[in-house]
Design a protein around this ligand. Structure first.
Ligand code: AHR
Length: 496
């Protein structure tokens, strides 16, 4: 197959928002305990943070981390996780039927985030709690001192306010699995009143209203419309969540997951704009894609199948080459929508459907999906360019016809550098790609994720089985580059 595209700095979509390279740390399975936090591990620092995981987090290029859930947050009492550790209560976490010892809480997370160099994004419990508890948490976290709760934080060793700017008004409250699940009417009212109070505390806080848990929910679209009608003037973002699952065996649809994510983004943007039009508002609500990833959901048999345990091994998916190609294509999709998506978080950071895996007391390693994330976060800089490949279509069972090549590019005006990110969704053959370029550019790097064995994975024993490898056959002439995209592959080319 062949494809053509043009990289032209005149066609800009929007600046690359650093918050697109977010991740997610939930109190779930081994994401926190024995993931980012493991006192007693040979590589733990004085705070009990695994320095190997900290280093990998920095290498991954994560800019922002959402915390503490997820489903966990909807029955969480933040007060349990602050103050002297020996006085913190053990609790039942009903979301994951786990035992929560609370050795890690708000102040530990903020200390970890500072070491990792990431912005914190906090989620509030609007499942089993409400406006008062949200206000108390924000006062504890953000007020400098001189009030009961801000002085309590200082007494707990955090002298300076954490100054968290980005807050989620609950998590997936449309889902019946959520503790404190609500109708859109109930949620919209609660989110609006919480937002109104939080903005009274600090009008510059950025607030995220919960959208649907996934696009298959019966209320998808309607939930967002009703929620935004109640909250439009007080919130900045509406959330989207999507997980893609290869385990039904439909590899063509799986490789086209970016087409579904793109459709979802356009649908929710249109829904938000429809509400804005009805309200005669010129304000644009941005999208927070604060949970996305590949997740082999069929291997998870539901919360009620779980036995009470402390940090059990939950949804520790082992990712292969195809999964990494799909993750690369989802990042391409987020960038293509950079004019509307302002926040995005891959779920999750460590062990739980994660790019970073660890063993308790043992090593940490990069899963296959680590690589497209790290390279995109490192090199997607400047402005996103509008890139429209001309190519053949692939017919998929779930999404109909999709373009075989999915691509985006970024341009740094200061240096003239252009970086191309491209996926060949065709499993059956390579694609000869012809790229029209501005004059004077040469290729400085060309890497691919592809393998003769698309099911190859990394493991503790073989952590570098799958890594990006230099691509071959790239030729750059005046204003033109040609290269071959291998079957089912992800490619980055940097022109400077
Ligand atoms: O990331 C795993 C879970 O997926 C989160 O807790 C929840 O928000 C979503 O359903």
């Amino acid at each position: 197959a062949t494809a053509r595209l043009t990289l032209d700095p005149a066609f800009r979509i929007a600046p690359v928002e650093p918050r697109l390279f977010g991740s997610f740390v939930e109190h779930m399975g081994r994401c926190v305990y024995t993931g980012v936090f493991e006192p007693g591990h040979p590589l733990a620092d004085a705070d009990g943070f695994r320095t190997d995981v900290l280093e990998l987090t920095r290498e991954l290029g994560v800019t922002l981390v959402r915390y503490p859930g997820g489903n966990f947050v909807s029955n969480y009492r933040w007060e349990d996780g602050v103050g002297p550790v020996r006085e913190r209560p053990a609790r039942l976490d009903l979301a994951w039927r786990s035992l929560e010892g609370n050795a890690f809480g708000l102040n530990e997370f903020m200390a970890w985030a500072a070491k990792a160099g990431v912005e914190p994004m906090m989620a509030l419990n609007l499942g089993t709690r409400g406006v008062a508890e949200a206000l108390e948490l924000v006062e504890y976290a953000n007020y400098p001192g001189g009030t009961r709760l801000s002085d309590l934080r200082r007494a707990h060793g955090a002298d300076k306010p954490h100054d968290v700017r980005l807050w989620c008004l609950g998590n997936e409250l449309d889902g019946p699995w959520q503790m404190g699940h609500k109708t859109a009417l109930e949620y919209g009212r609660l989110a609006a009143e919480t937002a109104r109070a939080l903005k009274r505390f600090d009008r510059d806080l950025s607030l995220v209203a919960c959208g649907s848990s996934n696009s298959g929910m019966p209320t998808f679209g309607a939930w967002e419309a009703e929620t935004l009608e109640a909250t439009y003037d007080m919130v900045d973002y509406i959330s989207l969540h999507a997980y893609y699952d290869p385990s039904d065996g439909d590899a063509d649809s799986f490789l086209a997951s970016g087409a579904d994510m793109d459709h979802m983004i356009r649908s929710i943007a249109a829904t938000a704009d429809h509400v804005g039009a009805k309200l005669r508002s010129r304000k644009k609500i941005k999208l927070s894609f604060d949970e996305w990833n590949v997740w082999y959901q069929s291997r998870f048999h539901g919360e009620s199948s779980l036995e009470w345990a402390e940090h059990p091994r939950l949804i520790e998916d082992d990712y292969d080459v195809t999964d990494a190609v799909v993750v690369g294509s989802l990042l391409i999709t987020l960038l293509r929508n950079a004019d509307r998506v302002g926040v995005a978080c891959q779920a999750q950071l460590a062990n739980v459907i994660a790019p970073i895996r660890t063993e308790p007391g043992g090593p940490a390693w990069r899963q296959t999906i680590f690589h497209p994330f790290a390279l995109t976060a490192r090199y997607a800089r400047g402005e996103v360019l509008r890139v429209e490949p001309e190519c053949a279509a692939i017919t998929t069972g779930k999404y109909g016809e999709v373009p075989a090549v999915w691509a985006t590019a970024t341009h740094r005006e200061a240096t003239g550098e252009i970086t191309l990110f491209a996926v060949n969704r065709d499993r059956h053959g390579p694609c000869a790609l012809d790229v029209a370029l501005p004059a004077g550019l040469v290729a400085v790097e060309h890497l691919e994720l592809a393998d003769d064995d698309p099911s190859a994975r990394n493991s503790a024993a073989d952590p570098a089985r799958v890594v990006p490898r230099p691509g071959t056959g790239l030729r750059v002439e005046s204003r033109r580059a040609t290269l071959t995209l291998p079957p089912a592959s992800w490619t980055i080319v940097r022109f400077a």
